[in-house]
Design a protein around this ligand. Structure first.
Ligand code: ADP
Ligand code: TYD
Length: 191
Protein backbone atom coordinates (compact mmCIF):
# COMPACT_ATOMS: atom_id res chain seq x y z
CA UNK A 1 0.00 0.00 0.00
CA UNK A 2 1.24 3.45 -0.99
CA UNK A 3 -0.09 6.28 1.17
CA UNK A 4 0.71 9.91 0.43
CA UNK A 5 0.42 12.91 2.73
CA UNK A 6 -0.09 16.19 0.94
CA UNK A 7 -0.51 19.76 2.12
CA UNK A 8 1.05 23.20 1.96
CA UNK A 9 4.46 23.77 3.50
CA UNK A 10 4.15 23.71 7.28
CA UNK A 11 0.88 21.75 7.32
CA UNK A 12 2.44 19.04 9.49
CA UNK A 13 3.21 16.26 7.00
CA UNK A 14 6.63 15.28 8.37
CA UNK A 15 5.35 15.39 11.96
CA UNK A 16 2.38 13.14 11.19
CA UNK A 17 4.37 10.70 9.06
CA UNK A 18 6.68 9.91 11.98
CA UNK A 19 3.68 9.29 14.25
CA UNK A 20 2.02 7.16 11.61
CA UNK A 21 5.11 5.03 11.20
CA UNK A 22 5.26 4.45 14.94
CA UNK A 23 1.57 3.47 15.04
CA UNK A 24 1.79 1.19 12.00
CA UNK A 25 4.85 -0.54 13.43
CA UNK A 26 2.92 -1.18 16.65
CA UNK A 27 0.17 -2.69 14.51
CA UNK A 28 2.72 -5.10 13.08
CA UNK A 29 3.35 -3.45 9.71
CA UNK A 30 6.70 -2.72 8.21
CA UNK A 31 6.88 0.82 6.90
CA UNK A 32 9.04 2.60 4.38
CA UNK A 33 9.04 6.37 4.60
CA UNK A 34 9.85 8.37 1.49
CA UNK A 35 9.72 12.05 0.63
CA UNK A 36 9.72 14.28 -2.42
CA UNK A 37 11.92 15.95 -3.47
CA UNK A 38 14.07 12.93 -2.58
CA UNK A 39 17.67 12.90 -1.41
CA UNK A 40 18.91 11.74 -4.84
CA UNK A 41 21.21 13.93 -6.94
CA UNK A 42 18.14 15.25 -8.74
CA UNK A 43 16.37 15.94 -5.44
CA UNK A 44 19.39 17.83 -4.14
CA UNK A 45 19.50 19.92 -7.30
CA UNK A 46 15.80 20.69 -6.86
CA UNK A 47 16.30 21.85 -3.26
CA UNK A 48 19.16 24.08 -4.36
CA UNK A 49 17.02 25.56 -7.14
CA UNK A 50 14.14 26.18 -4.74
CA UNK A 51 16.39 28.55 -2.80
CA UNK A 52 16.97 30.63 -5.93
CA UNK A 53 15.28 34.05 -5.80
CA UNK A 54 13.96 33.45 -9.36
CA UNK A 55 12.19 30.24 -8.31
CA UNK A 56 8.75 31.63 -9.15
CA UNK A 57 9.54 32.49 -12.84
CA UNK A 58 7.49 30.57 -15.42
CA UNK A 59 10.39 28.86 -17.24
CA UNK A 60 12.12 28.15 -13.96
CA UNK A 61 8.92 26.44 -12.78
CA UNK A 62 8.75 24.35 -15.97
CA UNK A 63 12.34 23.24 -15.44
CA UNK A 64 11.46 22.34 -11.87
CA UNK A 65 8.41 20.36 -13.05
CA UNK A 66 10.69 18.30 -15.31
CA UNK A 67 13.14 17.71 -12.49
CA UNK A 68 10.40 16.82 -9.98
CA UNK A 69 9.02 14.25 -12.47
CA UNK A 70 12.49 12.75 -13.01
CA UNK A 71 13.20 12.64 -9.28
CA UNK A 72 9.85 10.93 -8.73
CA UNK A 73 10.38 8.39 -11.51
CA UNK A 74 13.59 7.22 -9.86
CA UNK A 75 11.69 6.73 -6.59
CA UNK A 76 9.08 4.45 -8.17
CA UNK A 77 11.31 1.33 -8.25
CA UNK A 78 12.00 1.76 -4.55
CA UNK A 79 8.29 2.07 -3.80
CA UNK A 80 7.40 -0.96 -5.88
CA UNK A 81 10.08 -3.09 -4.22
CA UNK A 82 8.88 -2.06 -0.76
CA UNK A 83 5.27 -2.84 -1.62
CA UNK A 84 6.25 -6.22 -3.01
CA UNK A 85 7.97 -7.08 0.24
CA UNK A 86 4.72 -6.26 2.08
CA UNK A 87 5.69 -2.86 3.43
CA UNK A 88 3.38 0.11 3.72
CA UNK A 89 4.93 3.08 1.96
CA UNK A 90 4.21 6.50 3.43
CA UNK A 91 5.24 9.38 1.26
CA UNK A 92 5.71 13.02 2.14
CA UNK A 93 4.26 14.42 -1.12
CA UNK A 94 3.72 12.73 -4.49
CA UNK A 95 2.90 13.83 -8.06
CA UNK A 96 -0.12 15.77 -6.80
CA UNK A 97 2.36 18.30 -5.39
CA UNK A 98 3.49 19.01 -8.94
CA UNK A 99 -0.12 19.36 -10.05
CA UNK A 100 -0.75 22.09 -7.48
CA UNK A 101 2.64 23.80 -7.23
CA UNK A 102 3.58 23.91 -10.93
CA UNK A 103 1.47 25.20 -13.79
CA UNK A 104 -0.36 23.59 -16.69
CA UNK A 105 -2.06 20.49 -15.25
CA UNK A 106 -2.55 18.71 -18.58
CA UNK A 107 1.19 18.89 -19.31
CA UNK A 108 1.94 17.82 -15.73
CA UNK A 109 -0.36 14.78 -15.94
CA UNK A 110 1.35 13.78 -19.20
CA UNK A 111 4.80 14.30 -17.69
CA UNK A 112 3.89 12.16 -14.70
CA UNK A 113 1.88 9.52 -16.53
CA UNK A 114 4.25 6.68 -15.65
CA UNK A 115 4.39 7.30 -11.89
CA UNK A 116 2.32 5.26 -9.47
CA UNK A 117 -0.89 6.77 -8.20
CA UNK A 118 -1.06 6.42 -4.40
CA UNK A 119 -3.69 4.09 -2.96
CA UNK A 120 -4.62 6.81 -0.48
CA UNK A 121 -4.01 10.54 -0.39
CA UNK A 122 -4.41 12.37 2.90
CA UNK A 123 -4.58 16.14 2.57
CA UNK A 124 -3.62 18.09 5.67
CA UNK A 125 -5.60 21.27 5.24
CA UNK A 126 -4.53 24.33 7.16
CA UNK A 127 -4.97 28.08 6.82
CA UNK A 128 -1.93 29.73 5.31
CA UNK A 129 -1.26 32.13 8.15
CA UNK A 130 -0.93 29.33 10.69
CA UNK A 131 1.22 27.29 8.31
CA UNK A 132 3.55 30.24 7.77
CA UNK A 133 3.82 30.88 11.49
CA UNK A 134 4.71 27.24 12.00
CA UNK A 135 7.47 27.08 9.41
CA UNK A 136 9.01 30.50 9.86
CA UNK A 137 9.51 31.41 6.17
CA UNK A 138 11.87 28.60 5.14
CA UNK A 139 12.17 29.28 1.38
CA UNK A 140 11.13 31.65 -1.35
CA UNK A 141 7.94 29.68 -2.00
CA UNK A 142 6.59 30.38 1.40
CA UNK A 143 4.72 33.57 0.82
CA UNK A 144 1.09 34.09 1.64
CA UNK A 145 -0.52 34.77 -1.75
CA UNK A 146 1.28 31.86 -3.35
CA UNK A 147 0.32 29.40 -0.62
CA UNK A 148 -3.31 30.62 -0.66
CA UNK A 149 -3.45 29.64 -4.34
CA UNK A 150 -1.83 26.28 -3.60
CA UNK A 151 -4.27 25.58 -0.78
CA UNK A 152 -7.23 26.28 -3.10
CA UNK A 153 -5.76 24.03 -5.77
CA UNK A 154 -5.35 21.23 -3.22
CA UNK A 155 -8.95 21.54 -2.09
CA UNK A 156 -10.18 21.49 -5.67
CA UNK A 157 -8.06 18.42 -6.42
CA UNK A 158 -9.40 16.76 -3.27
CA UNK A 159 -12.96 17.33 -4.48
CA UNK A 160 -12.21 15.78 -7.87
CA UNK A 161 -10.30 12.83 -6.44
CA UNK A 162 -10.90 10.70 -3.40
CA UNK A 163 -8.55 12.49 -1.03
CA UNK A 164 -9.16 12.34 2.71
CA UNK A 165 -9.14 15.93 3.91
CA UNK A 166 -8.01 16.34 7.51
CA UNK A 167 -8.29 19.56 9.47
CA UNK A 168 -4.66 20.29 10.32
CA UNK A 169 -5.54 23.27 12.48
CA UNK A 170 -5.75 21.01 15.52
CA UNK A 171 -3.25 19.68 18.00
CA UNK A 172 -0.74 17.10 16.80
CA UNK A 173 -2.44 14.18 18.60
CA UNK A 174 -5.94 15.02 17.38
CA UNK A 175 -4.71 15.18 13.77
CA UNK A 176 -2.96 11.86 14.25
CA UNK A 177 -6.16 10.25 15.56
CA UNK A 178 -8.10 11.62 12.58
CA UNK A 179 -5.54 10.18 10.17
CA UNK A 180 -5.63 6.79 11.91
CA UNK A 181 -9.42 6.74 11.53
CA UNK A 182 -9.19 6.99 7.76
CA UNK A 183 -6.32 4.52 7.41
CA UNK A 184 -7.61 1.81 9.77
CA UNK A 185 -10.42 0.53 7.52
CA UNK A 186 -7.99 0.23 4.60
CA UNK A 187 -5.42 -1.86 6.43
CA UNK A 188 -7.84 -4.08 8.30
CA UNK A 189 -5.86 -4.10 11.53
CA UNK A 190 -5.50 -1.65 14.42
CA UNK A 191 -9.08 -0.39 14.19
P1 ADP B 1 5.51 19.95 6.76
O1 ADP B 1 6.28 18.67 6.71
O2 ADP B 1 4.14 19.80 6.22
O3 ADP B 1 6.23 21.12 6.18
P2 ADP B 1 6.10 19.88 9.62
O4 ADP B 1 5.63 18.57 10.11
O5 ADP B 1 7.57 20.02 9.34
O6 ADP B 1 5.28 20.32 8.30
O7 ADP B 1 5.60 21.00 10.64
C1 ADP B 1 6.04 22.36 10.52
C2 ADP B 1 6.27 22.92 11.93
O8 ADP B 1 5.04 22.96 12.63
C3 ADP B 1 7.22 22.07 12.77
O9 ADP B 1 7.98 22.94 13.58
C4 ADP B 1 6.28 21.23 13.64
O10 ADP B 1 6.88 20.88 14.85
C5 ADP B 1 5.10 22.16 13.82
N1 ADP B 1 3.81 21.46 13.89
C6 ADP B 1 3.43 20.36 13.21
N2 ADP B 1 2.15 20.01 13.49
C7 ADP B 1 1.71 20.94 14.37
C8 ADP B 1 0.44 21.15 15.05
N3 ADP B 1 -0.60 20.34 14.85
N4 ADP B 1 0.35 22.20 15.88
C9 ADP B 1 1.39 23.03 16.07
N5 ADP B 1 2.60 22.90 15.48
C10 ADP B 1 2.77 21.87 14.64
P1 TYD C 1 9.29 19.97 1.12
O1 TYD C 1 10.70 19.79 1.48
O2 TYD C 1 8.35 18.82 1.28
O3 TYD C 1 8.73 21.23 1.90
P2 TYD C 1 7.87 21.29 3.23
O4 TYD C 1 8.51 20.33 4.21
O5 TYD C 1 8.01 22.72 3.61
O6 TYD C 1 6.48 20.89 2.87
O7 TYD C 1 9.14 20.41 -0.39
C1 TYD C 1 9.91 21.44 -0.89
C2 TYD C 1 9.09 22.31 -1.77
O8 TYD C 1 8.92 21.70 -3.04
C3 TYD C 1 7.71 22.64 -1.26
O9 TYD C 1 7.55 24.05 -1.26
C4 TYD C 1 6.79 22.06 -2.31
C5 TYD C 1 7.65 21.99 -3.53
N1 TYD C 1 7.27 20.94 -4.51
C6 TYD C 1 6.86 21.34 -5.79
O10 TYD C 1 6.79 22.54 -6.09
N2 TYD C 1 6.54 20.38 -6.70
C7 TYD C 1 6.62 19.05 -6.44
O11 TYD C 1 6.34 18.21 -7.31
C8 TYD C 1 7.05 18.66 -5.12
C9 TYD C 1 7.16 17.19 -4.78
C10 TYD C 1 7.36 19.64 -4.20
Amino acid sequence: MYICLEGIDGSGKSTQILLLEEWLNKCGFEVMRVFEPTDSDIGRLIRKMLRDPDATGENFQKTLALLFAADRMVLMDEIEAAEQSGKIVISDRCFYSSIVYQNDPSWLYELNKFVKIPDMVILLDLDVETALKRCDGKDSFENKAFLEKIRERYLELARKNDFFVINANNGINKICEDIKKVISPKIGRCI
